[in-house]
Design a protein around this ligand. Structure first.
Ligand code: PGA
Length: 257
């Protein structure tokens, strides 16, 4: 059975004090790694060190929200993979729809970032998902296939051991509109079949596929109960301990020790 994974994507939120307080609160509630549920938080770059210290030795891992594909050099404003490893990150979110839509990140760029992150020792949460227009136009599976093929081009089966997929329908992100459990399960099943065709069936069975898009304490359990939903990438609800913790607890209730 796949280990569930609940990750908080803080996006461009918190300041040092509030971020550390949130992380410390979470670490106090999750003092040790849980065999059935992995947990991570992804704060903004300036707070990675401080948040990393706050969660050190607890059951909470650390991730960044983006990384450069380049090696150290003249890339003003960019953050390299080695730097993220250096401040204690195990994870990086890549291909988030906000990066794709607002900053023009293409599948080709995301595949370079994915390769660089894996080569540098990070694990990757790779986000894919269709827009509302694409879903209404019956294009969901075509879009997912294109994003998966493009973002994972050049990533071999060995690299995939450190990749988690996050299915995040764009129309559900930050909108309060959550995919129904059927919509989520259907997309996740499709993604798993894609992995099986592109790689192989054991790899597809082992790869975790998270759901993201308005996950809250009220809907987390029913989503994660779906056979192909292996956890959640949580945005807004990861910013308050009283929202994020019940989502983690819901996951733990599905994987009792
Ligand atoms: P949301 O964001 O939970 O606020 O919808 C999820 C995400 O973008 O990762």
């Amino acid at each position: 059975m796949r280990r569930l994974f609940v990750a908080g994507n803080w996006k461009m939120n918190t300041l040092a004090k509030s971020g550390v307080a949130l992380a410390s609160g979470l670490a106090a509630e999750l003092p040790a790694s849980h065999p059935g549920v992995q947990v991570a938080v992804c704060p903004p770059f300036p707070y990675l060190s401080a948040v990393g210290q706050a969660v050190a030795g607890s059951g909470v891992e650390l991730g960044a929200q983006n990384a450069s594909q380049e090696k150290p050099g003249a890339f003003t404003g960019e953050i390299g993979v080695d730097m993220l490893v250096d401040v204690g990150c195990q994870w990086v979110i890549l291909g988030h729809s906000e990066r794709r839509a607002i900053y023009g990140e293409t599948d080709e760029l995301i595949s370079k970032k994915t390769a660089a992150a894996l080569a540098g020792g990070l694990s990757v949460m790779l986000c894919v998902g269709e827009s509302r227009t694409e879903r209404e136009g019956g294009q969901t599976e075509i879009v997912l296939d294109r994003q998966m093929a493009g973002s994972l081009s050049g990533i071999d089966a060995e690299g995939m051991k450190r990749v988690v997929i996050a299915y995040e329908p764009v129309w559900a992100i930050g909108t309060g509109l959550t995919a129904t459990t059927e919509q989520a399960e259907c997309a996740h099943r499709h993604l798993r079949n894609w992995l099986s065709t592109r790689y192989n069936s054991p790899l597809a069975e082992a790869t975790r596929i998270l759901y993201g898009g308005s996950v809250k304490p009220q809907n987390a359990r029913s989503l994660m109960e779906q056979p192909n939903v292996d956890g959640a990438l949580v945005g807004g609800a990861s910013l308050k301990l009283e929202d994020f913790l019940p989502i983690v607890r819901a996951a733990q209730s599905l994987r009792p020790v």
